[in-house]
Ligand binder design. Structure first.
Ligand code: GDP
Ligand code: ZN
Length: 303
């Protein structure tokens, strides 16, 4: 076999092995031993990482180098040696936050929390409001009205009525994206509508990582026929914000970002201080009361 380096993408990770997508096929690889000598408190390779491999056979190889990550969805896990950065997905281009307009009723508080996580990790978020058929388009727009005004992309979908599935398909094409949201909102159904069988692949993955059972969590990117990859991100719910300082939060709410400079006190918590520009904006209707409430809840740490 040639020792030429081949570029690839990590699409699955399980028990020390990595499935690499390269040259239009899947190649099973291990990490070159010397890569493991470097002591860093961070996963060496994760789904979404771009790597250079050498082949041992047409279907097997060795990861020689992991390219620097542009960004990642990660979670900080405490270990015996201190904190460890667990990479859930490297280099995601966007994250889809899927909620239903009804059944289950959308928890905008949870959406706000997810948006803060996406802002903190600098991943563009696309909000998908599914099951529009249950409430009608006008009502759906009303429920999620504040988000497009803050600059977030909002797609109203219905799997049942095939509403805006083509839009969603365009959004996932040619990018690496993660799907998150509460269960029952229609994530699998949406993915199946985008590409037949896709939701099932992701669903099967969820089963094997069911809580309470000692099964290894398989993290994987699923390749789309028209180009691009999607991953399920069930971990988002459990992503804690404990490593976020209260003052940092200002920057993760687009409507507060530019206002806070006008507060009388530069350490203003925007909860009770006099001369608070945020509360003035709230009183004048320039900040949505529910968003402000989400801010206060997150700031106080009662998530
Ligand atoms: P997941 O847990 O987020 O993957 O949700 P599923 O895709 O399993 O869907 C949960 C339930 O919602 C199923 O019974 C689906 O048939 C239903 N569902 C999904 N999309 C829609 C929709 O657009 N409209 C309606 N009325 N029901 C939907
Ligand atoms: Zn203030």
């Amino acid at each position: 076999m040639s020792t030429a380096l081949i570029q690839g993408l990590v699409i699955r990770q399980q028990a020390g092995f990595y499935a690499i997508f390269a040259e239009n096929r899947e190649i099973t690889c291990k990490l070159r031993g010397k890569l493991k000598e470097k002591k860093i408190n961070e996963d060496l390779a994760a789904i979404g990482d771009r790597v250079l491999i050498t082949l041992l056979s047409p279907s097997e190889g060795v990861i020689e180098k992991v390219m620097p990550r542009e960004k990642a969805f990660y979670r900080l896990a405490p270990t015996a040696r201190g904190e460890c950065k667990q990479i859930l997905i490297a280099n995601p281009d966007k994250i889809f936050l899927v909620f239903a307009c009804a059944e289950p009723a959308p928890s905008l508080r949870m959406l706000d929390r997810f948006l803060v996580i996406a802002e903190k990790q600098k991943i563009p978020a696309v909000i998908v409001a599914n099951k529009v058929d249950l409430v009608g388009e006008q009502k759906a727009r009303e429920i999620f009205d504040v988000y497009p005004r803050l600059g977030y992309k909002l797609i109203l979908t219905s799997v049942k009525q095939e509403l805006n599935i083509d839009l969603l398909r365009c959004e996932v094409q040619d990018s690496i994206s993660a799907f998150s949201g509460p269960s029952g909102v229609g994530k699998s159904s949406l993915l199946n509508a985008v590409q037949p069988g896709l939701g099932m692949l992701i669903g099967r993955l969820k089963e094997s990582s069911g809580k309470g059972r000692h099964t290894t969590v398989v993290r994987q990117l699923i390749r789309l026929e028209d180009g691009g990859f999607v991953a399920d991100m069930p971990g988002l719910r459990s992503l804690s914000l404990w490593d976020t300082h209260p003052e940092e939060l200002d920057g993760y709410f687009p409507e507060l970002r530019d206002l806070v400079a006008d507060c009388q006190f530069n350490n203003c918590s925007h909860i009770m201080e006099p001369g608070c520009a945020v509360r003035r904006a709230l009183a004048e209707g320039r900040i949505h009361p529910a968003r402000y409430e989400s801010y206060v809840k997150l700031r106080n740490g009662d998530e």
